[in-house]
Structure formats: C-alpha cells, structure tokens
Design a protein around this ligand. Structure first.
Ligand SMILES: Cc1ncc(C[n+]2csc(CCOP(=O)(O)OP(=O)(O)O)c2C)c(N)n1
Ligand SMILES: [Mg+2]
Length: 315
C-alpha cells in the first residue's frame, strides 16, 4: 500500500474507533439520566475489533453481532441519528425504537442485528452466508461472537455446518477473557485454535487492540472467504475495560486487571498513527457529529401509541 493510502487508512480507522468510543461515552450519560430503557453493554476497550473488521467489508457484506454490538453497528455504517434514536426508543430509531441496544440493526447497511442470546447471531450469519452462496452474490457474512459463546452448543453446530457447506462466512471472536462476571478460563476447557482445527477451519489470531493489525488480518482473511475458500475464524484478543453491563460494580475483578486493560487502550494506539493536528481535526469533527446525533435523539418523538401493533402480525 502507498504512503497516501496508508495515511488515509489510519485516519479512517482512528475516526471509527473514536466515534464508537465517544458514542458509548454518550450512552453512559444518557443511561444515567434514565433515557435508555433496559441494560446496555459497552465495548470500551474493544473498539478496534469493530473498526478493523468492518474496514475489510463492503456494504453488501452482512454482519451479525452480540449483546455488545453498538460498535459493530456504527462501524458497519449505521447513521448516528438512527443509532441514538433507537437506543432512546424513539420513532426515528433504526428499528423505530422497538429494538434498542440489544437488537440494534440496519438491514440497509448489512447490519443484521445485535443479539441478547449468546451465540444466537451465528446461525443468522450462516443463513445469510447461504443466501450469498445460493444467489451467487459477491458477499461474505460475518458472525461476531464473544469467547463466552464457546460454551454454547450453537457455536459448535455452526462451525460444523459452515465447513460442511463451504459457506462464505467469517467467524470473528472478540476474546476479552470474560463471560459476564467470570474469567472465561474458568468456564471453557478448550481454545479456539484447537476447535478450528477440529473442524478443518482456518484460524488466525490478532492483537484486537491494534486497529491497523485487525484491519490487515481481516482484509486477508475476508479475501480468502470471498474467493470461495470457505469459512475462517479471526480471533481478536481484546480487553473489556468496564464491567459486563454499564453500572456493573465488578466486585469479583482484580483492580490490577482493569489498570492493565487501560494501558492497552486501542484509541491511544490508533491516534499514535497520526500527526497531532490530523488527530485533533478528526476529534473535533467526531465530537460535533456525536453531539448533533445525541441532540437529535433527545428531541425525537417516541413511537405513537396507535402504532403499537403496526408490526405485529399473524400468518
Ligand atoms: C444462551 C444464553 N445463555 C446465557 C446468557 C447470559 N449471558 C449474557 S452475556 C453472557 C456472557 C457472554 O460472554 P461473551 O460471549 O464472552 O461476551 P462478552 O460479554 O465478553 O462481550 C451470558 C452468559 C445469555 N444471554 N444467553
Ligand atoms: Mg467475553
């Protein structure tokens, strides 16, 4: 890659990482104000996975996500107005305020949805990959999952079927070492590379806090899947800076672990690839974009009562 495109890529990746960070910081404030119904799970510390992986995708590629899906939706190109309005349950939200944090989706951008059920996005990605294959689309499906999903039967079924049918699907593991309130090494007995080998699926690992590295590896692996090479797994080692959910008191967590995570901050690393004036310009733009979207969502009307049953149907 030439120097100009290297710089353009570094700017693009920093912008995405920063947008996700600032968006989630804004969500924490909105939640504290009581404006967001239910729980939210923030991905602070993990933004480089979303930014790097989505950088390798085209608009027709499809993505399914987890309960920690804000960053994936934003990086896949979901508009910030529609994102914030959705989180606040407003009618102008991407799903007209019916989905919220754990069902945030934008089909027009190939973002097939976050998912509150661990591993449940994976078979949806498989279905999407099967559709790409049958219809001969030049597209891949990406299933994002957490390391906690390795304990789910669904994950094993999906790996098997993906290999058996040679589906154009990339499995992306956000390995943050945690599943809810317990380290995953106390929940899971095997590692993903061994699991991949058992299914004959290629496995690539990357530092999930280095956005440039994630983008390069993702581009390589996605190219192979796109060419018809069948499924692959990209395991991103990353850090969950906060608790499982926003407000989690994290009683069982060693404070040293939290400090170590902060030292690996993907945002600082993404910024270090730019000159200071370059980074400051992007920061000013992103800050203004987030402020505008939050103001839009705050002012947006809720759904109308008379529309409550509009999308409910029987067949
Ligand atoms: C099938 C199912 N079992 C249990 C839960 C409760 N639960 C919510 S998140 C979570 C852990 C998820 O860990 P991981 O997949 O590593 O994602 P992370 O929170 O680390 O991003 C569990 C067990 C659930 N939502 N769905
Ligand atoms: Mg985890």
């Amino acid at each position: 890659m030439g120097k100009t495109s290297d710089i353009a890529r570094a700017r693009r990746l920093y912008r995405t990482v920063l947008t996700i960070r600032r968006a989630e910081e804004a969500l924490a404030v909105l939640l504290a104000e009581g404006l967001i119904p239910g729980f939210i799970h923030l991905s602070i510390g993990q933004e480089a996975v979303a930014a790097g992986v989505m950088d390798a995708l085209t608009p027709v590629d499809t993505v399914t996500s987890t309960h920690r899906g804000h960053g994936h939706a934003i990086a896949k190109g979901m508009g910030l107005d529609a994102f914030f309005a959705e989180l606040l349950g407003r009618d102008s939200g991407a799903c007209r305020g019916r989905g919220g944090s754990m069902h945030v989706a934008d089909i027009s951008r190939g973002m097939l949805g976050a998912n509150g059920i661990v591993a449940a996005g994976m078979p949806i990605a498989l279905g999407s990959a099967l559709a790409h294959q049958i219809l001969g689309r030049d597209a891949v499906a990406v299933a994002i999952f957490g390391d906690g999903a390795m304990a789910e039967g669904l994950l094993h079924e999906c790996l098997n079927l993906a290999r058996l049918w040679n589906l154009p699907v990339l499995f992306v593991c956000e390995n943050n070492g945690w599943g809810e309130f317990l380290p995953t090494d106390r929940q899971i007995v095997f590692s993903l590379d061994k699991l991949a080998a058992a299914h004959g699926i290629a496995h690539v690992a990357v530092d999930g806090n280095d956005v440039a590295a994630v983008a390069s590896k993702a581009a390589e692996v996605v190219a192979g899947v796109r060419k018809g090479g069948g499924p692959a797994i990209l395991e991103c080692h990353t850090t969950r800076v906060g608790g499982h959910y926003e407000g989690d008191p994290q009683r069982g967590r060693d404070p040293a672990d939290r400090a170590a995570n902060a030292a690996r901050d993907p945002l600082i690393r993404a910024r270090a690839a730019l000159t200071e004036p370059d980074a400051a310009k992007i920061e000013a733009e992103v800050t203004a974009e987030i402020a505008a979207a939050v103001a839009f969502a705050r002012a947006a009307p809720p759904p109308k009562w008379e529309d409550a049953a509009a999308s409910v149907y029987t067949i």
